[in-house]
Each structure stands twice: as structure tokens, then as C-alpha cells.
Design a protein around this ligand. Sequence first.
Ligand code: AMP
Ligand code: MN
Ligand code: MN
Length: 337
Amino acid sequence: MTTNGVSIPPERARAAQDVAAVLAPGRRVALTTHVNADGDGVGSEVALWHLLTTRGLRAAIANPTPIPERFHFLVPNGADHSERATREIESADVVVVLDISDVSRLGDLARAITHSHTVACIDHHVSGGSLPGGPRLVAPDAAATAELVFDFANALEWPLSPDAARALYVGILTDTGAFRFANTTPRALRVAGALLERGVDPESIYASVYASAPEGRVRLMTEVLETLVVEPQHGLAWVTVPPDALQRHGATADDLDGIVEYPRSIAGVRLALLFRQLANGNVKVSFRSLGDVDVAELAAGFGGGGHRKAAGASLEGTLAEVQERVLAAAREYLNGR
Ligand code: AMP
Ligand code: MN
Ligand code: MN
């Protein structure tokens, strides 16, 4: 099947039909994504919100944490009900989980999703998934969940409005690191091309997503980069967010997006890490790699997950304890290959 010049694999087209089967007009649908939503999570939700609203469903975005300021330009007035997400999910007929397959990444909302819901999922992560049963459009070879929402719309021949196309473009743009990472497949670029043909303006999107930073974001970055440690003998480099830095700079987790690319950008580095103390006392670790280092596997060893070259985990313990454990495992892993 080919639409907009992009062919859809038959299994994705079938999965799209399965998901659509639970999305009948009149139904109440809650759209949700992982904690600290990124451009892919928000872009996918917003595009689906447009698709469903146009077809007469009652859709609401209900996320475990607020949508970052940077992506507010995508969100239609009245679409985001995240401040009462639990109630929104409890009263929904169908929950569509985007850009994750694990309930644990839904934070406080995990409890609200019960087996009395139909839970559909559209996602591109490797992890097996721990959601209650329901239709799945899951493909780890997709560059972004937004690519799968594009396939969903095309498989069903549901037209993408300019606003929906723009949201999907942001999802693909941000998850590929602005078309730089290994997931920048020919197909991802074809989908991005089809979205540009629908009228998406790449320069205004660049301005909103990458060139509208508050001053605190840049000041936070300088402080985090000061903590850089490099171990050339292992091809390892890491940075650490000073515990009170987000607060001092009026910044959010979204303001850390992209910082881990700096340790990864050093010649000879194969594995880059970012450590951050979370409000709940746990320590979040972001893993990034180059070449054949599989960070999804490394993160899974700590109860986390993600993709081969970008993964994350949340560990119990103090910052120092977690660093010691993770760095020891990282050195051992790197020495083994
Ligand atoms: P991040 O380091 O937060 O930018 O995340 C990189 C990738 O790892 C994304 O695909 C995330 O969905 C995934 N990821 C991040 N944190 C976790 C976690 N605690 N458990 C499982 N996957 C995660
Ligand atoms: Mn994501
Ligand atoms: Mn994604």
C-alpha cells in the first residue's frame, strides 16, 4: 500500500486497522505518553488528537507530567487535560498509550490504567511491554512513534490536517536529533518529505523547538558541562546535573534534552552518560552510544530500556552510589568489546 509516496508495510497496515477498530465515533479517548514528554510523545498525541476529533471522538491528552513549554505551540486550546489526567483516564472508554510500551514509564498514571479499559498502544521501543491487552501498532524499526501515527492515518486514509502534519514532523525531527542519529532512515526522511509537502514550515519549527530557549536553559547547560569527565581508555564520558541546578535556573527536565550529545561528541567516546537526581530520590541515567555499543541492553540491566543507541534507566540510591554502579558496569561492558 502506497500513499503520499511512502509505502506501508502490510503488518503495520493491519495493526493500524486493529487500533482503528476500537476508535469508533462518540467514544471517549485519553491519549497519554511517558513522564517528561518529548517532541515525539507530544507530536504523536497532538496529531492523533486532530485525527480523532475530526472523526467525532471525544479525545483528551492526559499525561503524567506537564507538556514542556517548548512544545506548547503544537497543542490546540482545550486539548491538554494533563492537570487532571487520572480522572480523564478513569472516565475514558479507550486509552491510547504513545511512545512507550511499559506502564512503569507512566509515573502516577500507571495505577489509573486498569483492565476495564481498552488500551491501545502505538510505539517504537524495543521493550516487550507491560500494558493491559489491546491493539498494538508497535515497530522498533520506526524512527519515531510519529512515523507510526503517519502510517496509521495513511493506512486508514484519514487525511492529515496541516496542524497534525506539523506535530508529526516535530516528532520525527526531535527523535532523530534533527535527522542526525542512526534512526534517520530513508523512510523517516520520506515521511518527513511527505509532511513538508503537506505544508509544514521547517524554519518556523526550528525556531520554536530549538531557538526559543529561556536563558536558564543555556546557563544550566554550562553548569552541567563543567562536570564533564572523560575516560579515553574506555571510550567513556559522562556529565552530572548538580542536584539543585534545575531549580536555580528555573529549568525543567526538558531543558536537559541534548546535553548528553556533548560527551558523546568527543572523539573516541563510544558511550556517554548523563546522571540526574530525581525529585523522588531516584537517579535518572541517560545512555547514548556510537557504533556497536548497545545501550538498550546496558540500561535493561538496571531496569531501564529504550533503543540501541539511546536508552535510560531510573535507579535507587544516592547520586554517588548510582554513578559507581553504572560506571563500573559501563567500563566492564566497553572492555568486553
Ligand atoms: P532519555 O535518556 O530520557 O532521553 O531517554 C532515551 C530513551 O530511553 C527513550 O527512548 C526513553 O523512552 C528511554 N528511557 C528513558 N528512561 C527510561 C526508563 N527509566 N526506563 C525505560 N526506558 C527509558
Ligand atoms: Mn520518547
Ligand atoms: Mn520516540
